[in-house]
Ligand binder design. Sequence first.
Ligand SMILES: Cc1cc2nc3c(=O)[nH]c(=O)nc-3n(C[C@H](O)[C@H](O)[C@H](O)COP(=O)(O)OP(=O)(O)OC[C@H]3O[C@@H](n4cnc5c(N)ncnc54)[C@H](O)[C@@H]3O)c2cc1C
Ligand code: FES
Length: 282
Amino acid sequence: MATHANPMKPYLGKLAGIKDIATNHKLFQIELTEPEGQAAFGDYKPGQFVFFSAFGAGEAPFGITSTPARSPDVVEVAINDLGHVTHALHCLEEGDPVGLRGPLGNWFPMDEIKGKDVVILGAGIGGAPLRPVIHTILDNRADYGHTTILWAARAPDLLVFTDEFDDWGSAPNTEFHVTIDSKHPDWNGNVGLITNLLEQVNPPPGEDVITIACGPPIAIHFITLSLLKLGYTLDQMLTTLEARMHCGIGKCGRCNMGEKFICSDGPVFWQNEIAGFLESDV
Ligand SMILES: Cc1cc2nc3c(=O)[nH]c(=O)nc-3n(C[C@H](O)[C@H](O)[C@H](O)COP(=O)(O)OP(=O)(O)OC[C@H]3O[C@@H](n4cnc5c(N)ncnc54)[C@H](O)[C@@H]3O)c2cc1C
Ligand code: FES
C-alpha cells in the first residue's frame, strides 16, 4: 500500500458532500484526491478513526462512519459542532479542500464475531462508529446471528442516522429500538436512558452473544453495569474509548491508559482489557 512516509502529513481531499443529520451534527463525505490517499483508505475497517483537518484551523480525531463496501468513493465522518476545529469543519462547503490522516487504530473483530448474536448500543454522536458495524452485519446478514440495535439520544433532534432507522429495523433477524432521555412534545416513542431500554428489551446473554457499546464515558459506565446485571461478562463486551489525542499513532503519549495507548492499541477494547484503568471500572 502506498502511503506517505510521514504519518503526520494528511492526505489531501475535498468535501464531496455535507448533510445535516441532527441539530449541530453534520455528515461529511470526503473524497481523497491523491492516489496515496485513495490506496490508504481502500480497505479501512469498522471502528477505525481519522484525523480530519480544516486547513488553517487544525485537525481532530473522528470515528469513521462509513464502509468501503457502501461508500467506495468517499470516507464519511459525523461531527458534532462543539469547539474550535469542529466548528471550522462545520463552516466548510462542498468542494472545499480538506486533509485526512489515517485510517488509524484497531477495529471491531467483525470476522471473529461471525456466527454470534450481537447487541449494539449507540448513545448520541458516540454511536457514529457503530454505523459501519451495522452496515457490515446487514450487508453480510447470513454471517451473523440475531442482532439487537439499541439507539439513544438526549432529545429527538439529536438522534443521528434517522433516515436509516427503517432499514435497520426491517432487516432480517434484526430488531431495532430507539429512546430519548426525557419526554418531548415531538416524540411518542420510548422515553428513558439507554440503560432502561436495555433492561426492558433484555437481550438474553448466552455464550454466543457479544455486545458493542459506543457513546460518552458516562453512558458506557452505566451500560456496562446494566449488562453485568443482565448476566453478561466483561469478555463479551466491546467498546471504544476516547481521549484527547495529538499524534494518533502511539508516539506522543497524550492518550495513554496504563501501558496502552488508546490511539494505537485501541480505540476498540474488550471491557476485560480495560478493567482497572477507567472511571467506568466495575
Ligand atoms: C477516537 C476518537 C473518535 C472520535 N469520534 C468522534 C465522532 O465520530 N464525532 C464527533 O463529533 N466527535 C468525535 N470525537 C471527539 C472529537 O475528536 C472532539 O469533539 C474534537 O476533538 C473537538 O475538537 P474541537 O477543536 O472542535 O474542540 P475544542 O475547542 O478542543 O474543545 C471543545 C470542548 O470539547 C471537549 N473535548 C475536546 N476533545 C474531546 C475528546 N476527545 N473527548 C471529550 N471531550 C473533548 C473540550 O474539553 C472542550 O470542552 C472523537 C474523539 C476520539 C479521540
Ligand atoms: S495520541 Fe499520541 S500516543 Fe496516542
